[in-house]
Design a protein around this ligand. Structure first.
Ligand code: PMP
Length: 417
């Protein structure tokens, strides 16, 4: 029966991780995976447990989980189709801001999703069914490059991905002229996917002035902003600062939705906790949107999972836990920023590696586009056992005080070759 099914290629990132795990070289480094690691290359929670930090009892997930497990009022019943209301309400406030005009006017439909991926999928599915495409083809404009999964997610729901210029290899920065040119050239009411902060894979974000110009162009052409925000807190270490562009777009009245993930900022990768927030012009419309999101979610997952949503809800709704979490985020983002500075220092001051490396400190978030060629990326894997994607992207979270020098020296060697 299934003989004619073509064999799909394995996912390149997970393949990279598998190759890294197989590698016996002691100084091997994995810079492929987009998950936070501490200075001992350990995931956040287990690292804290290992070091026996006094803060453990305050550690958000541990404490929240303990409270949840001992709470006899909690059961294992289904959540509402659209999710845990205390979670979705607090999540909306976190991304849109507690003084958001859209929240005050009850015109945001928020639905709990299977992490950020599920939010992207549900948003794409909703647009595919209900967006006023008019005479436009069902297309979404994606930054070139973008998170690879964006292409698959939109194609799966019958929306064709088209690239818009974003990254300029000459400056290793934003191709702002190209981006605004694409906004102006696209037919009215086109859908543009924008990364809310900490662009994956480039680490290149627009400045506030550039965001303002993007918003103006979106408004002038009545475009729709599909905002994916998977790294709130990871760019600057400040949740509010990283939500600035999203909030600015809402204030400006750009038609939009936001996809939110708690995988990275709460370290809840496996719990799959996220949300989709669709902003509507008025409360009545928002109620209709939410009713349709509920229908779509029902047919896909029936009810979202409880555990992660309960943990995040507890953190967001408890002022002490919220403060402790903000400190965790500052620590994680701060370590990444320190690694950028140290890598930059080693390349420029110690090794005098040819080329300009300013982008290492100018880019933000978990990822950095190094600007090296695919051949140089490959050489890093084969010669130095440093694993990274072929486009030269590195996850800064994979660097630490013990391996950053080895990485800088390896990078220096491939660049000189
Ligand atoms: N959007 C972007 C841009 C991402 O980088 C990621 C994670 N790699 C996601 C969404 C979704 O991640 P998750 O489903 O784990 O929340």
């Amino acid at each position: 029966l299934w003989q004619s099914v073509p064999l799909a290629p394995p996912d390149s990132i997970f393949q990279l991780t598998a190759a890294y795990k197989e590698d016996k070289f002691p100084q091997k480094i994995n810079l492929g995976v987009g998950a936070y690691r501490d200075d001992d290359n350990k995931p956040w929670i287990s690292a804290r447990r290992q070091r026996g930090l006094a803060a453990l009892s305050n550690t958000k997930k541990k404490r929240a989980t303990r409270i949840l497990l001992s709470d006899e009022t909690l059961d294992h019943e289904y959540l509402p189709i659209t999710g845990l209301p205390e979670f979705t309400a607090a999540a909306a406030k976190l991304i849109l801001g507690s003084s958001s005009p859209a929240l005050a006017e009850s015109r945001v439909a928020s639905v709990q999703t299977i992490s950020g991926t599920g939010a992207n999928h549900l948003g794409a599915l909703f647009l595919s069914k209900f967006y006023q495409w008019g005479t436009n083809e069902k297309k979404v404009y994606l930054s070139n490059p973008t998170w690879a999964n964006h292409h698959a997610i939109f194609k799966n729901v019958g929306i064709g991905p088209v690239d818009y210029p974003y990254y300029d290899p000459k400056t290793i920065g934003l191709d702002f002229t190209g981006l605004v040119g694409a906004l102006n050239a696209a037919p009215e009411r086109s859908v543009f996917l924008l990364h809310g902060c900490a662009h994956n894979p480039t680490g290149v974000d627009p400045t506030p002035e550039q965001w303002a110009a993007i918003a103006d162009a979106m408004l002038a052409k009545k475009h729709y902003a599909f905002v994916d925000c998977a790294y709130q807190g990871f760019a600057s270490g400040d949740l509010d600062k990283d939500a600035w562009a999203v909030r600015f777009f809402v204030e400006k009245g750009v038609a939009m939705l936001v996809c939110q993930s708690f995988a990275k900022n709460a370290g809840l990768y496996g719990e799959r906790v996220g949300a989709l927030h669709i902003v509507s012009p008025d409360q009545e419309t928002s109620a209709k949107v939410k009713s349709q999101l509920s229908v779509l979610s029902r047919s896909e997952i029936s009810n979202p999972p409880t555990h992660g949503a309960r943990i995040v809800s507890m953190i967001l709704n408890n002022p002490n836990m919220f403060e402790a979490w903000k400190q965790d985020i500052r620590t994680m983002a701060g370590r990444i920023i320190d690694m950028r500075k140290e890598l930059f220092r080693l390349l420029t001051e110690e090794l005098h590696t040819p080329g300009n490396w300013d982008h290492i400190v100018n880019q933000i978030g978990m990822f950095s586009f190094t600007g090296i060629t695919p051949a140089q990326s490959k050489a890093l894997i084969t010669d130095a056992h440093v694993y990274l994607t072929g486009n030269g992207r590195i996850s800064m979270a994979g660097l630490n005080s013990k391996n950053v020098r080895y990485f800088a020296e390896s990078l220096d060697a491939v660049v000189r070759n």
